[in-house]
Design a protein around this ligand. Sequence first.
Ligand code: MTE
Length: 309
Amino acid sequence: MKAKIPRIASSEITSPELYADRRRFMQLTAGASLASLLPTGLWAADKLPSTANPAYLLSEKTTPYKDVTTYNNFYEFGTSKEDPARNAHTLKTRPWTITVDGEVKKPKTFDIDALLKLAAMEERVYRLRCVEAWSMVIPWLGYPLAELIKQVEPTSKAKFVEFITLDDPAQMPGELSQVLAWPYTEGLRMDEAMHPLTLLTFGLYGEVLPNQNGAPVRVVIPWKYGFKSAKSIVKIRFTETQPVSSWMQAGPREYGFYSNVNPSVDHPRWSQAKERRIGEFFKRETLPFNGYAEQVAGLYAGMDLQANF
Ligand code: MTE
């Protein structure tokens, strides 16, 4: 992955106050009656009601909506940061199902609209640190993946979870290139998947996910490099053996299974000690586990994190 950092005017950075105003405005226009009077495209995304979870508020500024939705990695729609916002309109997000199978007692196919109602929708502000050494702060909407996992009752053999993205070159023109092995797959260890921070994600900034951010459903694992957060998921499979992700296949020495954010383990081609927060000029120190060490370091007690990068 190559890092390309856009220059962003300070006027484009959303202050927390402005964000609160935007949220209030969206609540006022919820129900779409006023929204439908606005010119097409201005409020194209549907609102997604949620309750802010105070345990996951950050004092750091949220990254402007514009950057969150126009500076993306989603190789199914092209490899440059601007490609997904430009190309992802071809993705059809209804009808949509997620099939959950493998080492579970109750395999099940969830319709996306049922999945949206499976648990209480929360707003959580998380840092997202990309392996390319840039980061954002995003108000995500979702609920813990553990809620879905409980429904299917994993067997004692279920040690890992694999996420599988939609594979359809007719909707995803980037799949015509061989840059990665399609479908895009990622994986977690069972305890990581069950961790309360791991979010099954349906929206951001009060709205359903824009296509370029992984509509209609993705995961967000905030203590790991962003590529672990698979987008547009159609399958979740429970396995006994550790799955091999698309990035591990593409560069086994560069992209490990764990990929926990770790400033003291460099990528073979660049340092991971610092990062550029999109919208800021000066680099900031990268924090172990992306600042979530208190919650997750215990999952890796006794493990060599240099070897298990
Ligand atoms: N999921 C799929 N299916 N395809 C991808 O190319 N890119 C990953 C991850 N999930 C990717 C994906 C990478 S490298 C990052 S940094 C994040 O999505 C970016 O998420 P965002 O665009 O919502 O910020």
